[in-house]
Design a protein around this ligand. Structure first.
Ligand SMILES: NC(=O)c1ccc[n+]([C@@H]2O[C@H](COP(=O)([O-])OP(=O)(O)OC[C@H]3O[C@@H](n4cnc5c(N)ncnc54)[C@H](O)[C@@H]3O)[C@@H](O)[C@H]2O)c1
Length: 464
């Protein structure tokens, strides 16, 4: 068993999942967050409560199984006390974009780092005997490790190191992904810091299939931003070029084109799915941050900007096509919105396309918006409270009943089975398939009287 003591600051998707893996690796783990309710739920020892706060498959089990080595707190006093014997503090704070400037809002990070610095300077009765590493897991600007070091020194912290250890987890598969990562990236300047991190990540250092990569802090931070950009770029190409080509001509099935593309090993299969939008808290803001940083150094960031714009264009187009191609107006209509999570297997609605869709449908004068999502309705309700015009339903069936348009916005696997339900309806609503979830049924649905507006297909009129 490890004798390492680690602290996590921030118990969001990244903090909670990596803290769970840390405890599972045998380290004594303390997790702090300013959000008292989140801490209460995550520390409740009850799987349902944990998942109500943060839905990630396997997270409840992992937290409960490792509860002996894992504590959650919203008391900073407890954090300060734990610093006396702490080996590493993981910073897992949000770094959202400021408006639409591309600049990262570092105020959460800054505030947490300053508070930490003040406490670190007082550890061991001010003697600061214990060497401690501050580990940055948030996605931050490339030079952030230097800035963290500056904050620490300014507060009089001694005997410390700063490490950049970006997080590559994939929401919806975060626990499995963190237990079996493709890579662990550690950016440090001192041998001593690499050694501390090697002990923390002992289980992954020589694990088959895991690349353990030691680099400089700037390389680690840049690698994270660039990895996200490569993935985002891939999605944008798929939406804006591959999908668009399939929309432009009849008789091209996106799935058949995909087969032709992904059998080339140089192209590969990841991300070759058409969708109404790449949402979530990372791709867009990280691309914007990368572009902002490049421009700040006097360099062009045309391609980075265009990828961001292509993604935005995709969602605008999905909504516009209803009016332009299907001649559909929302005024006085009932719409069913299936899926509010930004993607399947998560309850995260940050930057979800459904936020834009719901606003457009309501602004367009819809009489009623009927919403269903298997996991992400609670957070959506905070943005669109239930009302006469916004109803939350217990099932897909309740949502689509009497709808004039059915919008599939999230790729929850269960939505693939919507065919029978739609066929059983008395009405024939416009089907807007933002994920091609029902592509295997398009011919049958058309014959049964449905008009279909799907990403990656031209408008498919009923019966033809
Ligand atoms: N979500 C992902 O898939 C993912 C993947 C890789 C990297 N990242 C990056 O990791 C970072 C965190 O992302 P996240 O999704 O976990 O965010 P999140 O919003 O889910 O969690 C952040 C947490 O920090 C807490 N917090 C805010 N200020 C605090 C403070 N002063 N002290 C303590 N806690 C504080 C918030 O209450 C929240 O619970 C971001 O930089 C993000 O870009 C996220």
């Amino acid at each position: 068993m490890s004798d390492m003591n680690v602290i996590y600051i921030g118990a969001g998707y990244v903090g909670a999942c990596s803290a769970a893996v840390s405890a599972d690796s045998g380290h004594n783990t303390l997790v702090y967050d300013v959000d008292k309710e989140k801490i209460r739920l995550l520390g409740s020892g009850d799987r349902d409560s944990i998942e109500a706060s943060l839905f990630e498959e396997g997270l409840g089990d992992l937290l409960v199984r490792n509860s002996a080595r894992l504590a959650f707190t919203s008391s900073y006093r407890r954090v300060s006390a734990a610093l006396d014997a702490c080996d590493a503090v993981f910073m897992c704070l949000p770094t959202p974009e400021i408006g639409e400037t591309g600049e990262s809002d570092l105020s959460y990070y800054d505030k947490a780092a300053r508070k930490l610095a003040a406490s670190l300077a007082k550890r061991n009765g001010g003697k600061q005997k214990k060497y401690v590493v501050i580990v940055n897991k948030s996605t931050v600007p490339v030079g952030m490790a230097d800035e963290t070091e500056r904050i620490m020194r300014q507060a009089g912290v001694r005997n410390f190191g700063v490490v950049s250890n970006p997080e590559f987890l994939v929401e919806g598969q975060a626990v499995q992904g963190s237990l079996r990562p493709d890579r662990v990236v550690v950016g440090a300047k001192k041998e001593r810091d690499f050694t501390v991190m090697q002990r923390i990540y002992q289980r992954f250092r020589h694990a088959p299939g895991v690349a353990y990569i030691e680099v400089s802090p700037k390389e680690a931070a840049a690698g994270k931003l660039l990895a996200n950009f490569m993935l985002f770029n891939r999605l944008a190409v798929c939406f804006d070029v591959v999908g668009r080509t399939c929309e432009a001509f009849g008789d091209i099935a996106f799935e058949n084109v995909r087969r032709i593309l992904h059998t080339d090993p140089r192209i590969g299969g990841w991300g070759l799915y058409d969708s109404l939008y790449a949402g979530g808290s990372c791709f867009n803001k990280d691309a914007r941050s990368l572009s902002h940083q490049l421009k700040g150094r006097g360099l062009g960031a045309g391609l980075v900007e265009e990828v961001y714009r292509a993604n935005k264009r995709q969602l605008d187009r999905f909504l516009d096509r209803a009016e332009k191609e299907a001649r559909f107006s929302w005024t006085g209509k009932r719409a069913a919105l299936l899926g509010t999570a930004f993607k399947r297997n998560t309850n995260d609605i940050r930057n979800s396309p459904s936020l834009v869709i719901a606003a457009a449908v309501l602004e367009g004068g819809a009489e009623e918006l009927r919403v269903y999502d298997p996991q992400a309705m609670a957070s959506f309700k905070r943005v669109f409270p239930p009302s006469k015009r916004v109803r939350y339903c217990r099932s897909e069936a309740a949502a689509v009943e009497s709808a004039d348009a059915v919008i599939v916005a999230t790729d929850w696997p269960q939505f693939r089975g919507l065919g029978d339900l739609l066929m059983s309806l008395k009405r024939r609503p416009l089907l807007m398939d933002g994920r091609r979830m029902l592509q295997h049924l398009y011919p049958r649905l058309r014959q049964a009287g449905f008009s279909i507006l799907a990403v990656g297909s031209p408008f498919l009129k009923r019966g033809t």
